[in-house]
Design a protein around this ligand. Sequence first.
Ligand code: SAH
Length: 383
Amino acid sequence: MTSLPLIPVDPDAPGARRASMPPQHLADLDLAGRKALVTGLGEPAFRARQISTHYFGRLVRDPAQMTDLPAASRARLADQLLPRLLNPVRELACDDGATRKALWRLHDGALVESVLMGYPDRVTVCISSQAGCGMACPFCATGQAGLTRNLSTAEIVDQAVYLAGVAASGAVVGSPARLSHVVFMGMGEPLANYNRVVAAIRRLVAPAPEGLGLSQRHITVSTVGLVPAIHRLASEDLSVTLALSLHAPDDELRDELVPVNQRWKVSEVLDAAWAYAARTGRRVSIEYAMIKDVNDQPWRADLLGRLLAGKLAHVNLIPLNPTPGSRWDASPKPVEREFVRRLRDAGVSTTVRDTRGREIDGACGQLAAAEDMGTDPAGNPSA
Ligand code: SAH
């Protein structure tokens, strides 16, 4: 049995290392908060709506383009409401331009990434909620590096607003121009940055100009299974989709693959998921990375099927994306097919996730990890 890792569930607790948070940005505040700030600067309150309309309504993030604001006000407002939070390091495209990945350097040098995925009927962005991650899952590239810090609400929202702007420019050929879905499946454990993530969700769903106007159902929060936070999320007046990174149906293996399982066991985390489903009416997505000879045995499929049968759940099998130097590999396709067959025989709805972005390390923190190691995403030393 592995030892219990340090799990910084509450990095804001007294005594926790002070992280270097970025300056405040308009996306940290609701519309009332923006009005209060604007009037405090001696500007008329309507400027809050004006600047919000640029940012959330037209996806304009650069104050220089907000030419309907008088120059003096613009400078003052930009300074207080639109500090630059995300400095682009690189942007990569693959899958014929349908997948684009952005790597950002934050004000303190921390690296995070976001991915835009275009489909015929929708556009999804995958965003990060923390720089690094403290959950230490051994198959995940982000988990290897540990937690640097929580992102601010605006650092989270700005990723989505930026990529919504990329989609609106028509860059994703063959997909709608309007961003429709957001998944918290980038770097970090969203429920370990609870307050900022919930505030970010409120910005994403508030109608413009207060927010981006996305549907709650089109937002997915993916978690390792922080049980108290799942219960708390169920009690918010939000019905976002919950994705639970289960990866094993038994405690012995899950203790290793998702170390937080040493604190909250499979049965507890599933009970929390069913409580969430009951409260919100939303089907829970069960994430399961298929790892060759580790968690892909027929008996584990059967056990998983018994745990999930009759529940408001859908299984998303993810072919493992091996991290550099990993001792693990993806399951062979016939093994994966047998796993799917057994789950479906148990009456559990199951799909296999597409592997978007593999050639640009679009999955699971790998681009930022490659940048940190001084290699390019293909693993070659960078110039
Ligand atoms: N911390 C959250 C969200 C981030 S990761 C969580 O764990 O749910 C999003 C999903 O990608 C999770 O299901 C995670 O377990 C999975 N994942 C991480 N590394 C992976 C890898 N190398 N291959 C396949 N899936 C991976």
